[in-house]
Each structure stands twice: as C-alpha cells, then as structure tokens.
Design a protein around this ligand. Sequence first.
Ligand SMILES: CC(C)(COP(=O)(O)OP(=O)(O)OC[C@H]1O[C@@H](n2cnc3c(N)ncnc32)[C@H](O)[C@@H]1OP(=O)(O)O)[C@@H](O)C(=O)NCCC(=O)NCCSC(=O)C[C@H](O)C(=O)O
Ligand SMILES: [Mg+2]
Length: 301
Amino acid sequence: MTFAPRPRRSLLFVPAANPRALEKSTSLVADGLIYDLEDSAVPEEKDAARERLRDHLAESCFPGERIVRINPLDSRYGTEDFLMARGAGVDAMLVPKVETVAGLKQVADALAETDAPTSMRLWAMIETPRGILDVDALAAAAASCRLDALVVGPNDIALSTGVEPGPDRAELLPWLMRIVLAAKAHGLATLDGVYADFRDAAGFAAECAAGRRMGFDGKTLIHPAQVDAANAAFGPSPEAVARAERVVAAFADPANEGRGVIQIDGRMVERLHLEQARQLLAVQAAIAAVEHRHTERMPRP
Ligand SMILES: CC(C)(COP(=O)(O)OP(=O)(O)OC[C@H]1O[C@@H](n2cnc3c(N)ncnc32)[C@H](O)[C@@H]1OP(=O)(O)O)[C@@H](O)C(=O)NCCC(=O)NCCSC(=O)C[C@H](O)C(=O)O
Ligand SMILES: [Mg+2]
C-alpha cells in the first residue's frame, strides 16, 4: 500500500454562526478547519450560518483541509447542509453521532448520487455508546462509505454515558483506545476530541501528549490559541526526524546490505523500523509542504 500522509495534527472547529471566527480562521496555521453547522449553531441561526458559510467558502482560500460538519441528514437541516458543502467542494464532510453503517452509507450514497468526486470524503464523529460499541463495523465500511477519519466527541460521550472524566481521562481510555484501534485496523486517520478549557495551556499540552502516546494522528480544537501546541505535540520532533534519517542512512549503507537487523548506538534496529522511519520522514515532508503553503500567503513585511 502506498503511504501518502496528510498532516492532521490540528483540526480547528470554526463556528459558522460566528462571522469573526470565520474571518479569522483562514489566517491560522492549522492543518485543517472544520466549519461547524451542528452543535455550535442554535436552531434559530442554522440557516443563516449555512448561508454565511456558503459565501465564506466561495470567497476564501485555505492551504489545509476544509471540512464541514453537517447536521444529521435526517434532521431538518441536514439535506441543506449537505447540498451546500457538496456545492462548495470541501475536502470532507464530518457526520455527527455516527452509529450505524446504514447511517454513514446514506451520506455516501447522497455523494454518489450528486456525482461528487471521489476525492470528497466523509469523516465520522464517534460520540455515542452505540457508535463506540460498533466502531469496528463502521471503520470496516470505510471503502464503501468514502470514510477517511474517525473523530472523538468527548462532550457527547460524557452527555450520553454520564461518565465524568478526570484530568487524565482514565475513565475514557478503553473507549478511546477502541476507536484508535478500529481506525488503525482499517487504515483510517483518528483525531482526538476537543479540550474545552482553552485558557489552560498546560492541561491542553498534557492532553495532547497523552493523545499522541495513544496513537491519535492529531486533535480537534476549539480555539486559535490551541493550534501551535497541537502542531508541536503531534508533529515529529527534531530528534525523531534525526533518528529516522540515521535509520534510513544505516540501512542504505552497503555494509548493511541484506541484513534484517542492525544496531545503531547500541540499540537494535530492524527493517520494520526502516519502514517506520520512512513513514515519519514522509509525514515530516508533508508537514513542511503545508507549512510552506501557509507561509507563502502571509503578508510580506
Ligand atoms: C469558546 C469560544 C466561544 C471562545 O470565543 P471568544 O470568546 O471569541 O474567544 P477569544 O476572545 O479568546 O477569541 C479570540 C479571537 O479568536 C477568534 N476565535 C475564537 N475561537 C475561534 C475559532 N474556533 N475559530 C476561529 N476563530 C476563533 C475570536 O473570534 C477572536 O477573534 P478577534 O476578535 O478577531 O480577535 C470560541 O473559541 C468558539 O466558539 N469555539 C468553537 C466552538 C465550536 O465550534 N464548538 C463546536 C465544536 S466542539 C464539539 O462539538 C465537540 C464534539 O462534538 C463533542 O461532542 O465533544
Ligand atoms: Mg458532539
């Protein structure tokens, strides 16, 4: 399988109901923006938010991914949200509260019926007991449902289960790891949930570090102040890049030709580490490319 990484360290939710947030969003160096039409817009403002977002998407450009979180297709707003996002040509639609393959397939079928290019993808929010229990089946349907990513929704998980997670989220770990595992088993990206206390930089950094250790590719965010920390936490460190370069160089050394296992500085290194090192360097190159595109459009002094 070809490994074509897309950096997904930082995915910022941007409330479409808030004109200032919309305006600010495109100047931010997030890997992606998730324009929200669901929870952050109350029913009275959903239609206006959708129209505002339609204009914004037509008039603005952004170097990273653009995703729209639509309302459920069977809700009063879902079809209009879907048609707007489809027409705007976003990279993906984020479907909230996904619980069944049939529910996901309904959106995928609507994309097919409107001849949406196959590059237009679906992301699924896993944020209910049923969604968590059936996450493997949902991820297994990725190919037929254009599914690219699983996104954790901690607020809805808390609401629908009564769980009250502490600072280390110990109560949620089995469920979070179940989501990560399903994503890995089926080759999907997986994004950790939002951290609401956006002024608590230390708490946010600790949660990012934990999410990274758990295997998440990145984190969903609610505030611009969280972007840099998420980029730092989920991107490869300079030390990791240097290590990966050494692994690649060591296996390229003719002295090591045909060897399955070597040592670097007294540490065993196998061919699987070579693959891992190549993937890390590919991720790093993809990050450099997106950061270059961000820099290119910044006003010059
Ligand atoms: C939480 C907020 C309401 C705070 O907003 P505000 O009071 O405006 O904060 P600041 O004054 O510190 O903002 C400074 C400037 O930054 C802009 N801003 C703020 N947030 C965003 C954003 N998300 N995207 C873009 N720009 C943003 C402000 O407009 C200020 O701009 P300026 O005046 O020009 O300097 C707010 O951060 C917010 O609304 N966040 C997102 C909320 C949201 O989208 N919620 C839904 C997604 S989370 C979710 O649903 C999780 C999941 O489903 C689950 O179940 O867990
Ligand atoms: Mg939610």
